[in-house]
Design a binder for this molecule. Structure first.
Ligand SMILES: Cc1cc2nc3c(=O)[nH]c(=O)nc-3n(C[C@H](O)[C@H](O)[C@H](O)COP(=O)(O)O)c2cc1C
Length: 308
């Protein structure tokens, strides 16, 4: 690994700014492990809920010209078994792991936080923004600055590890929501979760492609939305941002850094470029640095902030 890519996230040294985002490589420790051995600097677990979930009926994922549409429906083994995978991973690796959890109210987030406190996880990510369980749970919590504030504040009071709030792109007031998370004590923000939801139609069959009909968009088509929201957020808050959304090549990662991200998620690109995508993007960032006279990753400049 290149020393030039070393950076820090929430005080922890990482070998690369690239992060495996929640859910993209399934639920087991092997998905995190294979991402790390292929160049990811941080890995994230699948979003874990108090009880196991089977998720939606298939097909749950489909590709279109600009990216993919998924409606996994938060299938996961539940917090207890999910944390066993996290601990198993940590027994074999020094690379930090973000434990992602999902709930629909403060009480359940607190129960999940207590479980995570007893694990080897390095960071706790609150998934406040899954768009694929609307039928069950309604509008994601990340649509409300008050919900975000109350949940983050309550979790911060009991969490033993730094707390990351994962926000939704499907809002008009990202700055208000990001600021509420910061005010409540969030140590970092993660954005963006999938966009939409949207839908695809199989015209011959006269049927929606996904069994669930609707799914969240990810991949290249969402990058401009991610960049804009990360830049607006970076302009307004002082906590670090884990930026993601459509990063496929080194130049996309550099753009995320310039928009204000400290670390960068690479999710859907794993499906396009294979698990080696982390090393490929690491090398492409180095190439950009060579061509543009930057010695280290932290020398890549940020854009001037929006609000002066
Ligand atoms: C198949 C799939 C499953 C996902 N599962 C989760 C999840 O469990 N929790 C979560 O917070 N985000 C989940 N996401 C969203 C990603 O973590 C990420 O925020 C999003 O895909 C944007 O990044 P990308 O364009 O690089 O994929 C999932 C995305 C995909 C494609």
């Amino acid at each position: 690994m290149h020393n030039r890519l070393k950076t820090k996230f929430l005080g922890v040294k990482v070998k690369s700014p690239l992060v495996l985002p929640a859910g993209v490589m399934g639920m087991s420790f092997s998905g995190m492990h294979i991402s790390e051995t292929n160049g990811a600097g941080i890995v994230t677990s699948k979003s874990l809920t108090l009880q196991p979930r089977t998720g939606h009926k298939g097909p749950v994922i489909s590709e279109f010209e600009g990216g993919i549409l998924n409606c996994m429906g938060l299938c996961n083994p539940g917090i207890s078994d999910g944390l066993k995978e996290v601990d198993q991973y940590k027994e074999r690796s020094q690379t930090p792991v973000i434990v992602s959890v999902f709930a629909t109210n403060t009480e359940d987030f607190l129960l999940l936080t207590k479980e995570v406190n007893n694990s080897k996880g390095d960071f706790l990510e609150l998934n406040l923004s899954c768009p694929n369980v609307f039928d069950e749970f309604g509008i994601p919590l990340a649509a409300s600055k008050d919900e975000v504030f109350n949940i983050v504040k309550a979790v911060k009071e009991i969490s033993n590890i730094p707390v990351i709030a994962k926000l939704s792109p499907n809002v008009y007031n990202i700055v208000e929501i990001a600021s509420a998370a910061q005010k409540a004590g969030a140590d970092a923000l993660c954005l963006i979760n999938t966009v939409g939801p949207g839908m695809m139609i199989d015209a011959k069959m006269v049927k929606p492609v996904l069994f669930n009909k609707f799914g969240g968009l990810s991949g290249p088509c969402i990058k401009p939305i991610a960049l804009k929201l990360i830049y607006q957020t970076y302009s307004a808050v002082s906590i670090p941002i884990l930026g993601m959304g459509g990063v496929t090549y080194g130049k996309d990662a550099v753009e995320m850094l310039m928009a204000g991200a400290t670390t960068i998620g690479v999710g859907t690109a794993v499906y396009y470029r294979g698990i080696e995508v982390f090393d490929k993007i690491n090398n492409e960032i180095i190439q950009f640095m060579d061509e543009n006279g930057y010695e280290n990753i932290i020398d890549i400049p940020k854009l001037e902030k929006l609000y002066g």
